[in-house]
Every structure is written in C-alpha cells, then in structure tokens.
Write a protein that binds this ligand. Structure first.
Ligand code: OKP
Ligand code: ZN
Length: 413
C-alpha cells in the first residue's frame, strides 16, 4: 500500500490534563515515529514523503481554499495566529501550550451555547474555538496540522490523477509524442499518516486532539476533482462518498460536517458513552436531505472481537448498499484492548481480520477508491504492528475481490 508522510507531522507536541495532573498528551510524536520505524522493518511498503511547508505560495493557497469550504475563516485565523499573539505578549513560553480558559455556555438568550460573535479577549478566544482541554496549541501546532491536512489532500489527488493527457495531472507523461507506454495500474487505496488526527474537529472548534477535519478535506478535494475525472472510468455514482470511522471514539466533527449531506454516508463504530460523550447515539441518523445518511453503531467498551467484527460487517453492508465511488476510512487503533483511552477486546494479530472485514464490505467494486486516514491509537509499542496487520488484511481482501471481479468480467459472453 502506498503510504504518505510529512516529517512536519512529527513536530506538534503538547500537554493535557488527566484528572488533576498535567501530562505529555497521549497524542504524541512517538506514535508516528513508532509507525515509521515499524514500516522500515516490513518488505512491502512504500512511504512517500511530502513537505507542505516547502511548497510554493500558490500551492499552499490552493489547500487553504479547499479547507475554507468546510472550516470557518475566523477559526482558521485563530489556529494560525494565536500562539504568536500570546508569545508576543509573553503570555506563553516558546515551548508552552495554550489551553482554553472559558467555553461558550448556553443561556436563555443563546440556548445553543454559541454567542453571536467571537470574543475579543485573547484568553477567551481559545475557549470559543475549542470544545475540550486536550487540544492545546503550541508553536508547532499549525505547521503539523496543515502538513497533516495536506497529506489527506495529496492522497486524494494521487488516487484520482485525472485523464492521462491532462496537463494538471502530476502523473501525466511529458513525452506523450513518444511511443505510448502502458499506463501504470491505477491505485485503489492510499494511506495518509495524518497527525494530528481530524475526526473530532467540526470546522469551527478544536477538540479530541483534532484541529482540522482531514476526512472533510479529503471529501472537498475529491469533489473539486470530479469534473476532471475521465468520463469512461467515471461511474454513475461518482458523487456518492462514504466515510467509515473505525476509531474508538465517535467522530463528532465528521458527523456534524455532513449531517445534512445526502451524498456523504457517515458510518461510525465507537465506544458507547465514551469521549466526546455528547454525540454518537444510534438515534443520530442525519437530517433533512441527509436523513438516513448518518449511521452510529455504538458498542460497549471492552466488547469482544467477534461482536466488534459484527458491527463492522453491519456498517460496511450499509456502505455497499449505498454504492460509493469514493471511500474515506478514519482509522484509529485505540480499539486495541489495552488502549488507555479506549479498548474493545482486540488483541495482537486481530487487526488482520478488522482490515479484511472493512475491505470486504466494499465488495467487488474495483472502481471504488479509498483514502485511509490515521486517527487515534495510543499503545505506542503496538501501533506499528497493528497498522501493519490492518494493511495486510485490507490488501488480502482487496486482491481477492479484484480477482473475483476480473473472473466475473471474463465469464461474461
Ligand atoms: C481522540 B481520538 C484526557 C482525556 C482525553 C480526549 C480523547 C481524544 C481521543 N485529557 N480525552 O478519537 O483518538
Ligand atoms: Zn480515538
């Protein structure tokens, strides 16, 4: 599987509260480092490096424009400027973390809890743009966050390179007058090592270690590419998108961003009554034209592997019925049995089955393309192995399905 990485994703390093203590956050650079180290030990990997920071201004701008379609302008400005503002006023040290002070709260006048405008107070603004206290902002937070989002965007661009003669396509062959060489086999799955993660961010608030919603950004990039897709390979269902969220926690941000979208099916399997506590009930099914397009499958913490796999099967069957042309998997490994922030009865070696089950749901649709985005997973020593197992399971099943599909075609009269 092609895997995308940006070294800047290793920079962001923050603190959080556990009970009454301040500790280095569980969501740490060591997580990504462990994955990279593990990937060097297995034969079948290809890690492609990107660096958002060294792109041209106009390339950088393109991504910011895409992000602005799902994220509030004031929020984006806050993320980019708050550390420098505090630093200039000596309110935080170089290595310090900015945490929220006061959150918006419901009143009779504003029952939603959202006051009409962002507060002017420099302390208050962080609370306005957050929903928890685990999502601090440091000098490097924006650098890592935008690098992470860029990986999600690049993954989509690489999956959908556009027609071979397109000049905007990075895969285009410049010497097209020469003997045409056979096009490279199209990629069907790409994994982006997105850190920080994204599924808790709803477009105007940071929370649960998330600052930008990478899944939503992937969807926006896909939609921006739709007109460029070759019509021959463009299926009738090109506008249908599914997001399968396999992180232990409910992706409240992703749910929120697509809650009334009839073309995005969101499916989440997550711990019941767990963080972020106020979302994730099975009764949350979408609204308006998006009614029925939000599927929450909560499961008791500590539930066994078979029960978990049953939920995955249920989720992906819904997805197959919908028939998406593009799938985003929000992949977390905090479903691992001993995870400090999660845990279903999943042990070492079990992720092969999880990956297989997830891919099986897509069925024989060889045209379906998937971007896999990293979300949580906090047992650092097992993160590489678990990810490697998941990839193996996914690829085994993908190969089996594609083989089946080709046999099916060959047998047609
Ligand atoms: C993010 B993801 C201690 C509690 C930690 C935040 C959990 C975030 C999970 N401060 N609460 O979905 O893996
Ligand atoms: Zn999680």
């Amino acid at each position: 599987m092609l895997i995308l990485h940006d070294p800047d994703c290793l920079l962001h390093e923050t603190v959080e509260f556990i009970g009454a203590k301040t500790i280095p956050a569980y969501e740490s650079p060591a997580r990504l480092q462990a994955i990279l180290t593990y990937l060097q030990t297995i034969p079948d990997h290809q890690v492609k490096h990107f660096n958002y920071a060294s792109q041209t201004q106009s390339t950088k701008r393109q991504l910011l424009d895409i992000i602005a379609s799902t994220h509030e302008t004031g929020y984006l400005t806050h993320l980019q400027t708050v550390f420098t503002s505090w630093r200039t006023k000596s309110l935080v040290e170089d290595t310090g973390t900015i945490l929220p002070e006061c959150f918006p709260f419901p009143t009779s006048l504003h029952p939603s809890g959202n006051p009409p405008k962002p507060p002017n107070d420099i302390y208050a603004r962080t609370g306005y743009y957050s929903f928890d206290m685990s999502t601090g902002i440091t000098a490097d937070t924006w650098t890592s966050t935008i690098a992470s989002a860029n990986l999600a965007a690049e993954a989509v661009r690489m999956l959908f390179p556009g027609p071979p003669n397109s000049t905007s396509s990075p895969a285009a062959n410049p010497s097209s007058t020469a003997t045409p060489s056979p096009p490279p086999p199209p990629l069907s799955t790409i994994l982006a090592l997105t850190r920080p993660p994204g599924h808790h961010c709803d477009g105007h608030r940071a929370g649960g270690y998330c600052y930008l919603n990478n899944a939503a950004i992937a969807v926006s990039v896909y939609r921006s590419l739709l007109p460029t897709l070759p019509t021959t390979s463009s299926p009738h269902n090109a506008h249908k998108i599914a997001i399968l969220d396999l992180d232990f926690h409910h992706g409240n941000g992703t749910q929120e961003l697509f809650y009334s979208d009839p073309n995005v099916l969101y499916i989440s399997i997550h711990g019941e009554d767990e963080f972020p506590y106020y979302t994730g009930a099975a009764s949350e099914t979408g609204e308006g034209k998006g009614e029925g397009m939000n599927v929450n499958l909560p499961l008791k913490t500590g539930s066994g592997l078979e029960e978990y796999l049953g939920r995955v099967r249920e989720g992906v069957e819904k997805m197959r019925g919908f028939g998406p042309a593009f799938v985003v998997v929000s992949l977390g490994f905090d479903t691992f049995g001993t995870d400090p922030l999660g845990g279903f009865g999943i042990g070492e070696g079990d992720y092969v089955r999880v990956g297989r089950e997830a891919r099986r749901g897509l069925g024989k649709g060889v045209g379906v393309k998937t971007v896999v985005l990293l979300e949580g997973g906090y047992v650092v020593e097992k993160l590489g192995g678990n990810l490697g197992d998941w990839i193996r399971g996914w690829e085994q099943e993908e190969a089996a399905q594609q083989h089946e599909a080709r046999r099916g075609e060959a047998m047609e009269p």
